[in-house]
Ligand binder design. Structure first.
Ligand code: GDP
Ligand code: MG
Length: 598
């Protein structure tokens, strides 16, 4: 029946290996998108994705392929992000599929996330189709890349297809392989409905739009559905598929990937990972959902305008629906007022959330420097989870501190092993093992403090290996470290939002560096501003921002009114993203000064 003509698959790869470009060609060759509507990386429809040229969100699309056997097949294709911060999106996508196309760039070969994605696909029992991409490039080495896949991953490449996602060469063969090798979905059409929510987003008109994979039964407009975990019930307003624009359907059945809307306004009722069933004929149990992601880094987000606090809360709630890995809790800062402590999967994730809040919700924000979660053991026997350096208890209370470590796996050609090890040591890494992947490549594993990874580790790794190293990591365990909190005082007042945690051996140097950086960032004002760094009551570094020498505002009054207005306007815009901390105007960049290391 119809199920036999369905294929559900994801496209996975290391970042930049060509997933989104391959998705483009598939949409084009199946006439899903007309030539006129075609743009590059068409599924990356978020403005931010287009600007940065990266995929942030998974994107599901349905299309019809007329195969060589004369039959029409419905493909549900899910394009996924490649960056390690978004692997949560990948694992959710894979749970909705029977197969994965593994794209490997023939000019780069196997990289760290190639391997990580293969493991994710295997965890989900998917059929993996390796595809060798970019064979149009002169430096492409398809045979070498296949040998690498066999040797380093252990996948058979006899059937791997050589393609150019850019020109379309070989893509037709990939489509045929999908029909032949990826199993059709199974699932009982007569059983009670079971549909897994793998993504969702908020739409002002339709309410919550749920992306679902139906595993059993059928769902249609008018059905009264129930969310097994939240218990909420709604009447289905529409079911459909994205192609890539939403197209309403009469029903979705076991094996289908599509969307459901039900005028859901309360975001909490319909969480990603929940299972949908029919209220008066419910499935006995939920589909095993996803494990909730633990945020890796935390930062404070504060509206520059304190009156926007509630707008920020609403915006975070809506974004959280579209991004289940985001967490937030209200917090307050003496310096910044009321805001939220938000948890992210990494720095790119944090960056993306901040940008989306500003663009999609029209907010202007101050973000504090990110921090990891520390375990602080006190003399009184209590253990605190500290996500905000400002909340670190007094030094006299602390017995010991532990910080999170990651297990980092770095793939690199032999020649650069020395450089990699040197960098890892400098970042307080502890050597684990080294594995030879082939005669010329190794996988170096280190335990490294997460706090060191999130800052600039990746950039430094790339620059010290001429771009050859690739990195993947996962949270490992907590280990004791000799850490101290450093406070920054402006004009004699401690600014809580500028406090940070450092290893004791770098503390004085870091204190000096940051005082100097802040001196360059905070504009001069009409009085002198001392900047100090302190551990407890001990000052470890100090410098001064000199006062203006002449009174600039006096000159404005003498000018013509037009010019004066312009000047004031310019000043106002310059103050954007400034926050008055006591008497001192502090720009956004100051709160990130902590991230700038040597
Ligand atoms: P993704 O991160 O895996 O989604 O990769 P993209 O599809 O965004 O592609 C990354 C870059 O590689 C883009 O600049 C593409 O134009 C380019 N690219 C993708 N496929 C090919 C190909 O077959 N040949 C060439 N020459 N470039 C390609
Ligand atoms: Mg992409």
């Amino acid at each position: 029946e119809r199920q036999k003509h369905i294929r559900n698959f994801s496209i996975v790869a290391h970042i930049d290996h060509g997933k989104s470009t391959l998705a483009d060609r598939i949409l084009e060759m199946t006439d899903t998108v007309s030539k006129r509507e075609m743009t590059n990386q068409i599924l990356d429809d978020m403005e931010l994705e287009r600007e940065r040229g990266i995929t942030i969100k998974l994107n599901a699309v349905a299309l019809t392929y007329h195969a060589d056997d004369g039959e029409d097949y419905i493909f549900h294709l899910i394009d996924t992000p490649g960056h390690v911060d978004f692997s949560y999106e990948v694992s959710r996508s894979l749970a909705a599929c029977e197969g994965a196309i593994l794209v490997v760039d023939a000019t780069q070969g196997v990289e760290a996330q190639t391997l990580a994605n293969v493991y994710l696909a295997l965890d989900n029992d998917l059929e993996i189709l390796p595809v060798i991409n970019k064979i149009d490039l002169p430096s492409a080495d398809a045979a070498g890349t296949k040998a690498q896949i066999e040797e380093e991953i252990g996948l058979d490449t006899d059937e791997a297809v050589d393609i150019s996602a850019k020109s379309g060469l070989g893509v037709k063969d990939v489509l045929e392989k999908i029909v032949q090798d990826i199993p059709a979905p199974t699932g009982d059409l007569d059983a009670p409905l079971k549909a897994l929510i793998f993504d969702s987003k908020y739409d002002d008109y339709r309410g919550v739009v749920l992306s679902v994979r139906v595993t059993e039964g059928v769902v249609k407009r008018g059905d009264r559905i129930k969310f097994i975990n939240s218990g909420a019930e709604y009447e289905v307003a529409e079911v459909g598929i994205n192609s890539p624009k939403p197209i309403a359907q009469d029903y979705l059945m076991a094996g289908d990937v599509g969307y459901i809307t039900a005028s859901i306004k309360d975001i909490k009722d319909a969480r990603v990972g929940d299972t949908i069933t029919i209220a008066n004929n419910p499935a006995p149990e939920a589909i095993h959902g996803y494990r909730q992601m633990q945020p890796m880094v935390y930062a404070g987000l504060y509206p520059t305008d304190n009156a926007k606090f509630n707008d920020l809360r609403e915006a975070l709630e809506k974004l959280q629906l579209n991004d289940a890995a985001l967490t937030f809790e209200p917090e307050s800062s003496q310096a910044l007022g009321f805001g939220f402590r938000c948890g992210f999967l990494g720095m790119l994730h944090m960056d993306v959330i901040q940008e989306r809040l500003e663009r999609e919700f029209n907010l202007e924000l101050i973000t504090t420097a990110p921090s990891v979660t520390y375990h602080v053991y006190q003399h009184d026997g209590e253990m605190l989870n500290v996500e905000n350096p400002a909340e670190m208890p007094d030094v006299t209370m602390i017995k010991s501190i532990e910080e999170p470590f990651v297990k980092a796996s770095i793939m690199v050609p032999n020649d650069y092993v020395g450089a990699v090890m040197e960098l890892c040591q400098r970042k307080r890494g502890q050597f684990d093992t080294m594995e030879y992947l082939s005669d010329t490549r190794v996988n170096v594993m280190y335990h490294i403090p997460l706090a060191e990874i999130i800052y600039d580790f990746f950039d430094r790794l790339k620059s010290s290996t001429r771009g050859y190293a690739s990195l993947d990591y996962e949270i490992d365990d907590y280990r004791p470290s000799d850490l101290v909190k450093i406070d920054i005082l402006l004009n004699g007042d401690r600014v809580d939002a500028l406090s940070f945690i450092s290893h004791r051996s770098f503390a004085e140097q870091r204190g000096r560096e940051i005082a100097t950086t802040l001196k360059g960032i905070i504009p001069r004002q009409n009085f002198e501003i001392p900047i100090q760094a302190a551990i407890g009551s001990k000052i470890i570094a100090r410098t001064n921002i000199k006062a203006y020498r002449k009174d600039v505002t006096a000159r404005i009054h003498t000018g013509d009114p037009d010019r004066r207005a312009k000047l004031l306007d310019k000043q106002k815009r310059g103050k954007k993203r400034m926050k008055a901390v006591g008497k001192v105007e502090v720009p956004q960049a100051a709160f990130m000064a902590v991230l700038q290391t040597d």
